[in-house]
Design a protein around this ligand. Structure first.
Ligand SMILES: [Zn+2]
Length: 227
């Protein structure tokens, strides 16, 4: 298990663990001018690890200009308000996830109990197919089901796919657990679409990345689940 504060995935792309090990990950994308876009903000108490991750890539909090949020769950957006206060970054999310972030509540899940989040301003909303101007181009792939506005992100210059919670890689690659989802069947359909994309490295918000045979690993899971 890696203890690095930032794990390089490709030139200008890192995974930043926000808890111990690789259980909950954020990601950093660095532009040529040194500015940074973070994907996700970890838990409410993840600030120290995100700061350490930024230091490890030679960046300071003030270099973070944007935080792209995969979805409004406490382990991804719980630390968002503090991160915004620390950095002055603007928050970007899918248009269907933005209301939850603004109102400070998690989307409905099978678990039933609605969790709260610190409410935060969302400056930028995007949709499926948006190419964010992040380190040469970060493509938004809307993967609803885990939550209504959940997104995966494909960094086109390097072929790094961040699945978000559409797929987990805790012990083994799997769909996100149904009880966490707004609609598990929709999530499975979304995850199946990820296998159709072209990518070289697959990175997970939960679990370690797969660097070799990434697409084959994702497609093998999806084939195995097909009925
Ligand atoms: Zn989640």
């Amino acid at each position: 298990m890696s203890r690095a504060a930032a794990v390089p995935l490709a030139p200008g792309v890192w995974r930043i663990p926000t808890t111990i090990g690789d259980l909950v990950n954020a990601f950093a994308f660095q532009d040529g001018d040194g500015t940074v876009t973070l994907v996700d903000a970890g838990l409410r108490w993840s600030r120290r690890r995100i700061r350490a991750g930024l230091r490890a890539i030679g960046a300071e909090p003030g270099d973070v200009r944007r935080v792209v949020v995969t979805h409004a769950h406490v382990d991804h957006a719980g630390g968002l308000l503090r991160l915004v206060a620390d950095t002055g970054a603007e928050v970007a999310s899918h248009e269907r996830e933005a209301p939850y972030l603004r109102e400070g509540r998690c989307p409905p899940s099978r678990r039933g109990r609605a969790l709260k989040l610190p409410a935060v301003a969302v400056a930028e909303q995007f949709v499926h197919g948006t190419l964010l101007p992040v380190a040469g181009g970060l493509r938004v792939v809307h993967t609803p089901g885990h939550t209504p506005g959940h997104v995966s992100l494909l960094h086109e210059p390097t072929g790094v796919l961040v699945t978000g919670d559409a797929l987990f890689n805790v012990r083994a690659i799997s769909y996100s657990p149904g009880w966490m989802c707004t609609d598990p069947a929709v999530n499975r359909r979304s995850a199946d679409q990820l296998g159709e994309l072209s990518f070289d490295v697959v990175a997970f918000t939960h679990g370690a990345e797969i660097r070799h045979g990434a697409r084959e690993a994702v497609r093998a899971l999806l084939r195995g689940r097909q009925r």
